[in-house]
Design a protein around this ligand. Structure first.
Ligand code: MSP
Length: 574
């Protein structure tokens, strides 16, 4: 009986929303490509928590491999020391960016190693793994076997491969080809395996495999990996280590006292957030084949959410090109919230976008400081000044303009929810921004500062302020712990983002009945959100034209680095 069938039969284990990300290689520090993926997953995790779902959010690091081993050798330290140093940088960045992960996957964790080894043993026992000798051309520099795909137009291997020798090596193989027919059928008929849907064709095209997957490296060549339990001269290589993190850290085959979650509550993953570069063959082909071989059914396959890249002038960010943008630098200059906002606001999920610091500044000044910040601050200040920070008496006044604002609010929330459920964060934000504009127009129309002068207009004034404060709530999904507290009303009193769920429901519109104990009362925070826009920073005026090539983009980054520390822009949130 499959796991899912068992769970259904018992129907006692409540499901959690399980969201994961790719685990980042620890051969270099994080850049904004890594940050985007984690922020995107975090925004989605917060959204599901807001909806009242129990969420388990896992992210982590991929710590084994050749590059780690080589870099550690060069640095004269152990691979473990090297990965610990780099892992610390990832952890510090996620903390800074308010990534609210529940679990942390690091592939040197003994619990992960034990799970990988159990899976390998099971697969070997079931005849899914075998050892064979392979003879082929081997690049000494790149330390990999080459195929005909690597040959140039003249049929030779180019200089990038360095010395190429003929080599014969024994290795362990996974019977990938056993699963090809099943995979074709599964991917073809499934509507939720890979999102956005346009990526499905890519997976289907990649399934035509006529050879099995090599899953090992001899220790003489690579020692920094997980040892094969049945052949200690070998370690498992790349995917049979990395992909398994999604199940190992979800508690698959874990010891009862492992401290890991209950697997049956999490699996199958509702959303594995990955970049387009690791869709095929790794996540789209190897991963379902591995799961299938392990005995998981069609219903137990995860959903892959495939995002595009943040590029710099059309090129993927990469250390070797030298065009990476350090998210720490951005967070230092702009504050973590605007960086999070920009990373999910200026890209469509699934598509690529061009990173542009100019646009980050522009969007901060317009959408955050001017529109949202202004709305929050004006509303909070007026509530403090005119109503002693307490709004009450929801039913005492209503008018057409307020009704109209409620209608646009309902529409905005409906649209926002729909887009968030579809993982389309930038569209969801557009729906919210439209409501922010509607609120700012409502303020101008209602002129609360005039109403405050007339005692008889007090019920109307309270009604106006109440409507304004209500409109902040949906912002929570993109916010980190800090700004989560800016949102009314329950979230203001909580110190962790995980308790935000259901807050939007706590305020009742006039005419709605309030549940007992949740009176129409809003307690206000003591400091402003996204305070007013200041002057544009000088460095932007002096900035050279749009960077067109590598040298220009380096110049742009050099200038970015010269910006004095501290809030160049009004980056203080509550
Ligand atoms: N370790 C593997 C993944 C194993 S998952 C079982 C890996 N690591 S990575 O560090 O190279 O990439 C981690 C994630 O960051 C991938 O999903 C990748 O697509 C994403 N990004 C890396 N650069 C990126 C951009 N420039 N833009 C957006 N995301 C990109 O692959």
């Amino acid at each position: 009986m499959t796991l899912l069938a068992k769970r259904k039969e018992r129907s006692i284990v409540p499901r959690m929303y399980y969201i994961t990300t790719a685990i980042d290689y620890t051969n270099g520090p994080p850049h904004i490509g890594h940050a985007y993926e984690k922020v995107l997953a975090d925004v989605l995790a917060r959204w599901h928590r807001m909806k009242g779902e129990e969420v388990y959010f896992l992210t982590g690091v991929d710590q084994h491999g050749q590059k780690v081993q080589q870099t550690a050798e060069k640095l004269g330290i152990t691979p473990q020391e090297h990965v610990d140093n780099i892992t610390a940088k990832f952890l510090a960045l996620w903390e800074r960016l308010g990534i609210s992960n529940d679990g942390w996957a690091s592939t040197t964790d003994p619990r992960h190693k034990a799970c990988v080894q159990k899976i390998l043993t099971n697969l070997k026992d079931r005849g899914q793994l075998y050892k064979k000798s392979y003879k082929g051309f081997y690049s000494v520099r790149q330390e990999q076997f080459l195929t005909d795909k690597e040959r140039d137009a003249e049929g030779s291997f180019g200089p990038e491969w360095g010395e190429v020798v003929e080599l014969e090596e024994e290795n362990w193989y996974f019977r990938l080809t056993d699963h090809v027919e099943w995979m074709k059928k599964f991917v073809e008929k499934s509507s939720g395996f890979v999102l956005p849907a346009f990526r499905k064709a890519e997976v289907l095209n990649a399934i035509d495999f006529d050879s099995d997957l090599c899953i090992s490296r001899p220790k003489s060549r690579l020692s920094w990996g997980i040892e094969l339990p049945f052949d200690p001269e070998f370690v498992t290589y790349v995917w049979f280590d990395a992909l398994i993190n999604y199940v190992s850290f979800a508690g698959y085959l874990a010891e009862p006292d492992s401290g890991l979650p209950e697997f049956s509550k999490l699996w199958p993953a509702d959303c594995e957030v990955i970049g387009k570069d690791i869709l095929v063959p790794a996540h789209g082909v190897y991963w379902p084949a591995m799961l299938h071989a392990m005995g998981f059914s069609d219903e137990e396959m995860p959903t892959l959410l495939v995002h595009g890249w943040w590029n710099i002038n059309g090129e993927k960010m990469s250390k070797s090109i030298g065009n990476v943008v350090d998210p720490n630098l951005l967070a230092e200059q702009f504050g973590p919230e605007p960086v999070r906002y920009y990373l999910v606001r200026d890209i469509t999920t699934g598509k690529d976008a061009n990173f542009d610091a100019d646009r980050l500044v522009m969007l901060y000044n317009t959408e955050l400081a001017n529109d949202l910040g202004n709305l929050c601050n004006r509303s909070i200040n007026m509530t403090r000044r005119y109503c002693d920070s307490v709004i009450s008496g929801a039913e005492e006044y209503d008018d057409e303009a307020s009704k109209a604002l409620r209608v646009t609010m309902d529409q905005a929330v409906t649209l926002f929810s729909k887009y968030m459920d579809d993982n389309m964060v930038s569209d969801a934000l557009a729906a919210l921004n439209a409501q922010v504009s509607a609120c700012n127009a409502y303020i101008e129309q209602q002129q609360p500062w005039q109403l405050a002068k007339d005692e008889a207009a007090a019920p109307r004034l309270r009604c106006v302020l109440r409507h304004l404060l209500e409109c902040f709530a949906p912002r929570r999904a993109t916010s980190s712990a800090a700004s989560c507290r800016t949102l009314p009303p329950a979230s203001w009193t909580s110190s962790t983002p995980r308790t935000c769920s259901g807050a939007a429901r706590r305020i009742r519109w006039p005419g709605e009945s309030s549940p007992p104990g949740t009176a129409s009362m809003i307690r206000l925070p003591s400091s402003p959100a996204f305070s007013r826009k200041r002057k544009r920073p000088n460095w932007l005026k002096k900035r050279p034209g749009r960077p067109k090539n590598k040298a220009d983009s380096r110049e742009c980054l050099r200038i970015l680095r010269q910006i004095p520390a501290g809030p160049v822009l009004p980056g203080r949130h509550l």
